[in-house]
Design a protein around this ligand. Sequence first.
Ligand SMILES: N[C@@H](CCC(=O)N[C@@H](CS)C(=O)NCC(=O)O)C(=O)O
Length: 232
Amino acid sequence: MKLISADLSPYSAKIRMQIYAMGLTDIEFDLPASVFLGKLVDISPLGRIPVLQTDNGTIPESEVIAEYLDDLYPEQAIVGKTPEQRAEVRVISRIADIYLMNNIFMALSQLDPNSRVDAVVDLLLGHVVRGIVALEKHISNGEFAVGDTLTRADCSLVPALFMCEHTLPRLGMDNPILATQKVSAYWQKIQTNELAAKVIAEMTRGMIARLNGSEKKMIEQAIAAAKAEQTS
Ligand SMILES: N[C@@H](CCC(=O)N[C@@H](CS)C(=O)NCC(=O)O)C(=O)O
């Protein structure tokens, strides 16, 4: 299987962390030039990453890929042990996806203060605050988000909280984790987890590449190579 994934993409990072946590070794990571050429829709109609390519087709949407991997490898599944735990893992994963990552991702269009529309930022970041406030109530006091082992809730939260810490200040908002107690304590602890640290390092690498222009250069080179191949 192949996962179309990028270092900085939080939804991709969430699936990579799950793959590491489940110990799956038969999934290759790829970022084909077609993604930069606007051709991802030829592979997946939604045109968003991550996308999992299997022998039988293509699966978009991180949460669906996450469920698919748990279904495919039930022995290694990390969705929680009891129905109650599984429900809580899914609630936290949805908070991370829908309230945190999605709104932060949409707000990236407002990074430039010169063209920023405050009403758009207020609307989107208002939902982020709502998500963080709810997360503070749902998250456990322990080392992991739910129960005493790493679950998909952690895989979704680590990239989402990374975005809260690193991206929101660039939108003129204080890191909302700082105003919490449980989420804040969790975020401190989970960053010392080996798998979380691996994914955070990948996202940091992606963020550095974005900010220092090397990502742009890499994309331009990939596009040029793909075009040269098409004409040869
Ligand atoms: N709901 C989707 C969101 C995926 C998403 O927004 N991915 C971003 C990268 S983090 C993307 O592909 N953006 C390209 C675009 O929006 O055109 C999921 O859970 O996989």
